[in-house]
Design a protein around this ligand. Structure first.
Ligand SMILES: Nc1nc2c(ncn2[C@@H]2O[C@H](COP(=O)(O)OP(=O)(O)OP(=O)(O)O)[C@@H](O)[C@H]2O)c(=O)[nH]1
Ligand SMILES: [Mg+2]
Length: 381
């Protein structure tokens, strides 16, 4: 394995930057470039103040920590020129610069006791934003590995069925683990932006009684129960707002965002008659992942909604009436209870791909090979 170097703190955001160096020549490289007045050796567990030096100049005063005989951490000043000079010096000494995820993968892979699922869980953890999701993910190296190993005792038809069930569950859990995209769609003036501000608890979107106030979409991150969500407020869908290029672009963007979402909140103005529902909105009403939000419950109710199986709720974004019921309904619709159960789930594209192949495998031998691949193949970064 080559020695690799990575900047592991965010770019240009702090007074101190951390550079990690890992690999068989790491100690040699550090001995070449790090000078310290301290007599003690850089051995595992030691942290030493000194400087990074080329043959003719000092680049920076730094603190070097030795994690193990082949793993060192350099804490230098955060100035981008200093960081770049140290990285260039490390490269000139034979270290290969990589992005931090690759460094983590290399470090984790070097620990031979870890299987691919454990490595992928360690890589995924920084992307997880809630505690229940973190707990579920951290349980997967045991749960997922045990589950697929238990299939080895079953016949191929049972294995295929269980693989299909696992894929189905994993698709449902994905937005709970990595964050759900929730779209607020509906006709102009129905109260989408007002509702975004209420759920997010801050004034992110401009609200007025003028149709077409929101053109470019507005997003707000929030936690709903135990789910991390990105709320996306879109331009109101209305074919009469297609008069110019900008309105047309806003309408197209809304349609695309709706297609990419995990959940659609279709906000309708219950104070308006049914005639305000366009073809686009009629299509959304019956989508499997739609909740129909009948807004403006504080005003006379005039909307006659066509029959639909989608769940409905009356709220007032203005007075706050029934907002709690809406957030509960969002959690139910997104199956948030799945985060509380100790189920085995796939959480990377690689795992999903292998399980997909198992679900269509035509022999037990192939399924066994794929189970081994799931646990032992190189992890997905
Ligand atoms: N009475 C009442 N008015 C509301 C309610 N929710 C929103 N409004 C008002 O309805 C108007 C439109 O609200 P917005 O939130 O801007 O509507 P929008 O759906 O984002 O509109 P566009 O951006 O044009 O698509 C504003 O004057 C709001 O104050 C409600 O629950 N009750
Ligand atoms: Mg708006």
């Amino acid at each position: 394995m080559t020695t690799i170097a990575a900047v592991t703190t965010a770019k240009g955001t702090g007074p101190i930057t951390t550079i990690e160096l890992f690999g068989i020549t790491a100690k040699q490289i550090i001995s070449d470039i790090f000078k310290s007045k301290t007599k003690s050796e850089l051995e595992p567990g030691k942290i030493i103040l000194g400087s990074i030096e080329t043959t003719d100049r000092t680049i920076d005063q730094v603190i070097v920590a030795c994690e193990s005989m082949n793993s060192f951490v350099i804490n230098c000043h955060g100035n981008p020129i200093i960081v770049s000079d140290i990285m260039k010096l490390l490269e000139s000494k034979g270290a290969q610069p990589v992005v931090d995820e690759k460094l983590l993968t290399a470090k984790l892979s070097a620990r031979t006791t870890l299987n691919s699922i454990e490595i992928e869980a360690s890589l995924a953890i920084p992307k997880i934003k809630t505690l229940p999701a973190t707990k579920l993910l951290l349980a997967q190296p045991d749960l997922l590995a045990q589950k697929v190993k238990s299939w080895l005792n079953e016949d191929i038809e049972d294995i295929k069925k269980q693989a299909k069930d696992l894929l189905y569950l994993s698709k449902k859990v994905k937005p709970l683990l990595f964050g759900a995209k929730i779209i607020l769609a509906g006709p102009p003036n129905s109260g989408k932006s007002t509702l975004l501000n209420v759920i997010a608890g801050k004034q992110k979107a401009i609200t007025t009684n003028i149709k077409g106030t929101t053109r470019d979409y507005v997003t707000a991150d929030c936690v709903i129960g135990n789910i991390f969500a990105e709320l996306i407020d879109t331009a109101g869908l209305d074919s009469s707002l297609n008069n110019n290029h900008l309105d047309q672009a806003a309408q197209n963007k809304s349609t695309q965002l709706i297609e990419d979402s995990d959940l659609i909140l279709l906000i309708l103005d219950a104070n308006q008659a049914e005639t305000s529902l366009t073809d686009d909105l009629h299509k959304i009403i019956d989508c499997q992942n739609t909740i129909i939000v009948l807004n403006k419950s504080d005003l006379p109710q005039k909307l006659n909604l066509p029959a639909t199986d989608s769940p409905k709720i009356n709220i007032s974004a203005k007075t706050g009436d029934s907002i709690n019921n809406l957030t509960k309904l969002i959690q139910t619709k997104l199956n948030s209870q799945l985060l509380e159960t100790a189920s085995a789930v796939c959480f990377t594209a690689r795992q999903m791909d292998v399980i997909q192949k198992i679900s269509t495998a035509d022999s037990k031998q192939l399924a066994e090979d794929l189970i081994s691949e799931l646990i032992n193949a190189p992890p997905c970064v």
